[in-house]
Ligand binder design. Structure first.
Ligand SMILES: Nc1nc2c(c(=O)[nH]1)N[C@H]1C(S)=C(S)[C@@H](COP(=O)(O)OP(=O)(O)OC[C@H]3O[C@@H](n4cnc5c(=O)[nH]c(N)nc54)[C@H](O)[C@@H]3O)O[C@H]1N2
Ligand SMILES: Nc1nc2c(c(=O)[nH]1)N[C@H]1C(S)=C(S)[C@@H](COP(=O)(O)OP(=O)(O)OC[C@H]3O[C@@H](n4cnc5c(=O)[nH]c(N)nc54)[C@H](O)[C@@H]3O)O[C@H]1N2
Ligand code: SF4
Ligand SMILES: [Mo]
Length: 915
């Protein structure tokens, strides 16, 4: 057996990973051009994610196991009937950037080619469609010009609306190393001071939504100050004058416009100087794509690069960071409702070409419904059968309530997933088990156009099938020819052959993988990562200044909607207002995005304890000024609702008595202070689902769409925030039932060992102190109950423990308001003999909050040791001092090594801060 080289399952960096011959080890593939051997935390933990809490092995119809033949026969019947009775517009596919290119290719072929509907959209609509539209408008085709080496060869890298340190970590690490070796400057434009911004040379904390105005101002100033490459503009572009003229009028007062964005004139000038005197890469992601003006903003960025002639050359260019591992592959095969295969559009010649290529096909003559339009049509009863593959729209699409209504209205919902637990799978009529990463085989394309193989290295259990196999089975059952592929390789060859035909007919197109049309099965199996256009020597597109329009010229694109200057007045207004229960709607604009260790709707990462520690539970992060203005303390609960809904309501905060009938579109979140935020712009991680929150974050995010790309503007949702004050929180440890009822929200935590569950209670409601029922399967077991309380400053913490035969069987900890706890340390106490020492340790750990306990014997936490060290007099030996002051290490002494390490670390940090 040999190592298997495959590609990471997560982000669009597309790192190569090598799997040890026994399938038990993973490391970065040093030969892969994307990562050159490096991996991030998520990549390192890939194998840990594979055992799912409940994997899907067999098809299920309305919850009951069925077989594939029956499932496919039923699908053929339902989809055929819908098309026959209601037309091709009544069926749809909703796909995902986590499918392989081969899956995507056949799905698109089935719907667009044979069902005759363009109702094929993908979660890339929520992610990349603004970039797709902007590329098409500027370049004539959806093309990312640069490659990752540009990040290393640039003199300046500007990251706009990208938290790459967390979301594209390996690429960001490449950038940091380049800075070390050659002094690359890094500028981050983000309203939040993210982990990425914290490492930048300059963080521009722009007013949210200000990017279009900023890059428009930059274009104007560059051109006014003569920083133009006239030869380039003259030879390779068109539309500059018209673009400048239209912007001139909108942004006449540069100073006022800059100030409104939160920038001084000298700062704007600094940015102008940086652009005019450096080779610049401008990389952008969801902070730009997920705006109402997303497409215009990307074109504004591209405009600046065209003006400077900084495109198609080493170390410069606009760079769209793709989100998912195969968002790019989906775009290549045309699996968006707004395009056909191979970057074709819906013109007659293009449709003719495809018709000729797929005998018997009938192609739609207009774009289909985009993601949000599709679910609206579904809710309106217009879609009679839908197949959702590798995405969880109940959580990820805007307006969860609408999505739920849509899935409940649609008469036949098929969902293909690797687990039946997702919020979407629970609403399916028919569930199909798909092969997941490690079991499936095919290709993916990353952000820099590199196609790499994903290879199977584990045998699937049960009857899960590759998504392409399920699609082809349905197509054949519906009587369509051309779906009898023997392998993924055969599909890939057809994709490449189509690219060859398209290139022949439209030579101006740049997407070209035609040399791969003749790959043998063996060559496909062995295929090393390669970039398209396949066969080109030059890794960048447009090196020759030729773009994909017939005339070869790139387009300067003026904004379709002129830049609106976001007002920064909202922030002081909140601050001036006296604290009161409900703020008027409109004062809060909710920002949402990714946390470091979780992947999207958590179906692949929420069960790995190590990936859950960074953020145990959903929280609403708030700027300190907002906390103050609303008289909120950390841990207080707030109710969050969409502004639209708030406007209909009477403007009064939820009263506890009304909480029984809370609207679905309301979220209850504890708040956490976050210095990185601007007032008025709270942040929440997008990852939380019905399993943790009883609902998803997008229950309160309706997200207007960008009129050009139809991408939802997730990043700027107007919300109403109603403080509910400190409420009772209870955490239960152990496998027993906690005996709780009447809570507002409950969530199981994912721990390496042991179990824990968190409960939040409505205002005015206290947790039950009843005896926990005996564990299931052991009804006769006698439990002893112990109840007591602890004082932590002003706060009273209630404890209740159950012992069974002198063993601690489980316990509850409850308090009103903030209750930080070290869940790992506490859960580990369950199952130990309940003696005085354990009780003492338990109490100390509770008082230590979420600081881990170091000395178990004396109950001293890391925090306690650090507090003592901070008071250590000069000349005293820190270890001895800490031990004397806290008692740590004076019991069994086994913690002394750890105490010494803390003391050393503490001394180091003191030296660093002094030196
Ligand atoms: N850990 C992790 N990594 C991932 C993923 C994941 O789920 N988890 N998902 C992958 C996918 S599919 C995607 S699309 C990418 C997304 O990668 P990113 O786009 O980097 O991630 P986000 O956190 O969605 O948003 C980025 C930043 O946009 C900022 N922002 C909000 N509003 C504005 C604005 O008006 N202007 C500007 N300039 N910035 C703004 C936010 O504050 C946030 O810091 O991540 C990929 N990588
Ligand atoms: N509020 C807010 N909402 C957002 C965003 C945001 O920033 N803020 N970001 C948006 C963006 S950029 C994105 S990309 C989306 C992501 O949103 P989703 O696509 O909904 O998120 P995932 O959790 O990745 O869903 C993938 C599903 O496919 C399943 N799966 C995994 N592998 C396979 C396979 O091989 N075959 C099949 N059939 N199933 C598989 C997984 O178990 C999971 O249920 O969320 C969007 N929604
Ligand atoms: S950077 Fe992205 S592709 Fe690379 S290992 Fe991390 S998650 Fe995987
Ligand atoms: Mo994404």
């Amino acid at each position: 057996m040999r190592e298997v080289n495959t590609t990471c399952a997560y982000c669009g960096v597309g790192c190569g990973v090598s799997i040890a011959p026994d399938g038990k080890g993973v490391h970065g593939d040093a030969s892969h051009s994307a990562n050159l051997g490096r991996l991030c935390q998520k990549g390192e933990r890939l194998l840990d994610t594979l055992p799912l809490p409940s994997a899907m092995r067999y098809p299920r119809l309305h919850g009951k196991t069925t077989d594939w033949d029956s499932a496919i026969a039923l699908m053929a019947e339902r989809f055929s009937a819908a098309i026959r009775d209601h037309g091709p517009g009544s069926v749809a596919l909703y796909l995902s950037g986590q499918l392989l290119t081969e899956d995507y290719f056949v799905a698109n072929k089935l719907a667009k080619g044979f069902w005759g509907t363009a109702n094929v959209d993908t979660n890339s609509r929520l992610c990349m469609s603004a970039a797709v539209s902007a590329h098409q408008r500027a370049f004539g085709e959806d093309l990312v010009p640069g490659c990752y080496q540009d990040f290393e060869q640039a003199e300046l890298v500007v990251l706009v609306g990208s938290n790459a340190a967390w979301t594209h970590p390996v690429l960001f690490q490449r950038l940091l190393r380049a800075r070390e070796s050659r002094g690359t400057k890094i500028v981050v434009i983000d309203p939040r001071k993210t982990a990425t911004a914290a490492q930048a040379d300059w963080h521009i904390s722009l007013s949210p939504g200000g990017d279009l105005a900023l890059f428009s101002l930059l274009l104007l100033e560059l051109s006014r100050q003569g920083a133009v490459d006239p030869a380039y503009v003259e030879a390779h572009t068109q539309g500059l004058d018209a673009t400048l003229a239209s912007l001139d009028a909108a942004l006449a007062d540069t100073g006022a416009a800059a100030r409104a964005l939160g920038l001084s004139l000298p700062e704007l000038q600094k940015l102008v100087d940086l652009y005019r005197s450096n080779k610049v890469v401008t990389a952008f992601c969801q902070g730009v794509n997920q705006q109402v003006s997303g497409t215009d903003t990307i074109n504004a960025i591209i405009n600046c690069h065209l003006l400077l002639g900084q495109i198609g050359k080493p170390g410069c260019g606009p760079f769209s960071l793709t989100g998912q591992p195969n968002a790019m592959g989906g775009r290549e095969v045309g699996a968006l409702a707004t395009q056909l295969a191979c970057h074709l559009s819906f013109g007659d010649a293009e449709r003719q070409l495809l018709h000729g290529f797929w005998p018997g096909s009938q192609l739609p003559d207009a774009p289909g419904l985009t993601a949000t339009e599709l679910f609206q049509a579904m809710a309106d009863g217009k879609i009679k059968a839908v197949w959702i593959m590798a995405t969880n729209p109940m959580v990820s699409l805007p307006d969860r309530e609408l999505v739920q209504r849509a899935l409940q209205t649609c008469p036949f919902v098929v969902v293909s997933d690797i687990t039946p637990d997702t919020d979407t799978a629970q609403l399916a009529d028919l569930l199909l088990p798909a092969l997941g990463w490690s079991e499936k085989s095919g290709t993916v394309t990353n952000s820099e156009r590199t196609i790499s193989r994903q290879r199977a290295f584990r045998a699937p259990k049960g009857e899960a099938r590759a998504d392409w196999q399920a699609v082809c089975a349905l197509a054949q059952a519906m009587g369509y020819g051309g779906f009898d592929y023997p392998s993924a390789a055969a599909i890939f060859r057809e994709h490449a052959a189509l690219s060859s035909v398209v290139k022949g007919a439209f030579p101006e197109k740049h997407f070209d993988i035609s040399p791969l049309a003749t790959l043998s099965d063996e060559a496909y199996e062995a295929m090393a990562p390669l970039r398209w256009p396949v066969g080109a020597q030059e890794p960048r597109l447009f090196a020759d200044g030729r773009f994909a329009f017939k005339d070869g010229r790139a387009r300067f694109v003026p904004p379709a909607v002129m830049p609106s200057i976001p007002s920064i007045k909202a922030a002081p207004a909140i601050n001036e207002r006296p604290a009161r229960l409900t703020l008027e709607p409109g004062n809060f604009q909710l920002n949402s995005g990714r946390s470091r260790d979780q992947w999207h709707t958590r179906s692949r990462t929420g069960h790995v304890a190590a990936l859950c520690r960074q953020e145990w539970e959903p929280q609403l992060y708030l700027a300190p000024k907002d906390m103050q203005a609303l008289a909120l303390k950390e841990g207080d609960l707030v109710a969050l609702a969409m502004q639209e809904q708030a406007e209909q309501a009477d403007g009064v905060a939820v009263k506890p008595s009304e909480l029984k009938n809370v609207s679905k579109a309301e979220l209850f979140l504890p708040v956490k202070k976050d210095d990185s935020l601007k007032p008025g712009h709270p942040f929440v991680s997008m990852h939380w689902t019905g399993q943790e929150l009883g609902s998803g974050v997008n229950a309160v995010v309706a997200a207007e769409v960008d009129p050009i790309s139809r991408q939802p503007a997730f990043k700027g949702q107007k919300v109403r925030l109603s403080p509910l004050g400190p409420v009772w929180k209870l955490v239960h440890y152990g496998e027993l039932a906690s005996g709780q009822q009447g809570y507002l929200r409950q969530q199981k935590l994912c721990l390496e060992s042991g179990a824990a569950e968190v409960f939040y209670f409505p205002p005015g409601v206290t947790p039950a102190s009843g005896v926990a029922p005996a564990p299931e399967g052991n009804p006769g077991r006698q439990l002893k109950v112990l109840r007591w309380q602890l004082k932590a400053g002003q706060k009273t913490i209630w404890l209740q423990a159950w012992s069974c035969g002198e063993i601690l069987a489980g316990f509850n900890i409850a308090a009103k308001g903030d209750l930080p706890l070290d869940h790992i340390a506490l859960a580990a106490m369950v199952g130990r003999p309940l003696d005085g020492a354990l009780l003492k340790a338990l109490e100390s750990q509770v008082l230590a909050g979420d600081s881990p306990l170091v000395c178990l014997c004396r109950g001293v936490s890391r925090q306690g040791i650090e507090t003592a060290l901070a008071q250590c007099p000069d000349g005293a030996e820190p270890l001895l001092w800490a031990s004397e002051q806290t008692g740590c290490g004076s019991g069994c002494g086994s913690c002394l090594g750890e105490v010494r390490a803390i003391a050393d670390e503490f001394l180091m940090s003191v030296e660093v801060s002094h030196g």
